[in-house]
Design a binder for this molecule. Structure first.
Ligand code: PMP
Length: 415
């Protein structure tokens, strides 16, 4: 491995920094190092590669677009690629679900979408503070970081710009305390200082926080509480959207309709940056130019993003296979957890996790998997959860191969 990563690249790098390989090519569910050694990718760019690496259908569209000199950089220009993207989002995502959202392009990545959501919520309500949840992750810029419920991640940056009040996430107290009732009491008690926040921001399933699922009932209660207290509900679907939990939006199972939705990662579908913020029409109070940026019109990402929606979201094939594959992962996790004390199965859809009471075991599993040719990352405040997030498009054979490596790696780590 080339030492320039150690000598020249900043220590800030995180994900995948410890994998002792230099990657060169990638196709479908596989990454290849520079010597051609294959690795089964069960991390999928932290949810940015739901349709796999260099998906051939998307690649063809992208190459055609580049060959015909389609506009590459477009700021906020009206382009054919953007028009088709907007039309496809409307046709494949919004209309079939009866959703009335306007679409904002807030900047290239997930954190930009969160920033726009926080700013907009404050502008709409004229209020300042935001409620977020323990172990939430919303991004690395100051606004999104200030609603991130992880002290290590907030560490270097210090002063929150947004006044964020972290609440216990669903089941945080293992059912011993009704965390929801606690939340409601604080809101109603003007002495608590929690009265009149602008919004609540929530991931329906915390990815970086350690694959912490929330129950549909809890989400419905949350949406109801927001309505009663006149708070905007922001769902950050940056990691769990685009089909990761089964349906396109992770909040669909709960039957709620957030005021604002943040999407990025797989919305561009080919692994290049694109973010969108969905805003209920009545809340689109932006003035022209109030939230701008140079790299919002990523036209090649519009092309691949629209094609992915046409290919994978014209019917429920991908949703069903994601749920079936997720169920299969769940079965294997149950087998593992029934065999080893101090382990727990987490998640839903193809956002699954294997949690360890002894955090170092998760790292050992990840390393053992790498030695066996598979990429598995960890998440959670103490990196105590092995994340199982393959591309949604992986084959059944690849799934079985990965689950076997997972099982073997756990056995090796526990030995
Ligand atoms: N929100 C969530 C839920 C995320 O998982 C992430 C990235 N892991 C972000 C926001 C930030 O996205 P980005 O890294 O593209 O800025």
């Amino acid at each position: 491995m080339n030492d320039i990563f150690a000598t020249l690249e900043s220590e800030a790098r995180s994900y995948s920094r410890t994998w002792p390989a230099t990657f060169d090519r990638a196709l479908g569910s596989w990454l290849y190092d520079e010597d051609g050694k294959p690795y089964l990718d069960f991390f999928a760019g932290a949810g940015a590669l739901n349709y796999g690496h260099n998906n051939p259908i998307l690649k063809r569209k992208l190459l055609e677009y580049i060959e015909r000199d389609g506009v590459h950089h477009g700021l906020d220009q009206a382009t054919v690629a953007k028009r088709e993207f907007l039309e496809t989002v409307d046709e494949k995502l919004l209309k079939p679900r009866g959703l009335d959202y306007k679409i904002q392009f807030p900047g290239p990545t997930g954190t930009n979408s969160v920033e726009s959501a926080l700013k907009l919520a404050r502008k709409i309500t004229g209020r300042e503070s935001i409620i977020s949840f323990t172990n939430a992750f919303h991004g690395m810029t100051l606004g999104s970081l200030s609603v991130t419920g992880n002290s290590m991640k907030r560490g270097g940056a210090g002063i929150p710009l947004v006044h964020a009040t972290p609440m216990p996430y669903d089941n945080y107290f293992d059912g011993q305390v009704d965390d929801f009732l606690y939340f409601e009491r604080l809101l109603e008690d003007s002495g608590s200082g929690l009265n009149e926040p602008a919004a609540v921001i929530v991931e329906t399933l915390q990815g970086e926080g350690g694959i912490n699922n929330s129950r549909a009932e809890w989400l419905r209660n949350l949406a109801d509480l927001c309505r009663r207290h006149d708070l905007l509900l922001i769902v950050d679907d940056v990691q769990m959207g685009c089909g990761r939990t089964g349906p396109f939006f992770s909040f669909e199972e709960a039957g709620i309709v957030p005021d604002i939705v943040c999407l990025s990662k797989s919305i561009g579908a080919y692994g290049s940056p694109l973010a969108i913020t969905l805003i209920k029409s009545e809340h689109d109070v932006w003035e022209p130019g109030e939230h701008n940026g140079t790299f919002r019109g990523n036209n090649p990402a519009f092309v691949t993003g629209a094609e992915a929606l046409r290919q994978y979201w014209s019917d429920d094939t991908l949703e069903k296979s994601t749920l079936a594959k997720g169920h299969r992962v769940g079965q294997v996790l149950e087998t593992i957890t029934s065999k080893y004390d101090g382990t727990m199965a987490k998640g839903r859809g193809l956002a699954r996790g294997l949690g360890f009471e002894a955090p170092e075991l998760a790292g050992k599993v990840s390393k053992a998997a790498f030695d066996r040719g598979m990429i598995l990352e960890t998440s959670g405040p103490e990196s105590e959860v092995v994340k199982i997030m393959p591309p949604l498009t992986l084959t059944d054979d690849e799934l079985e191969q990965g689950l076997q490596i997972l099982t073997d790696s756990v056995e090796a780590a526990m030995a």
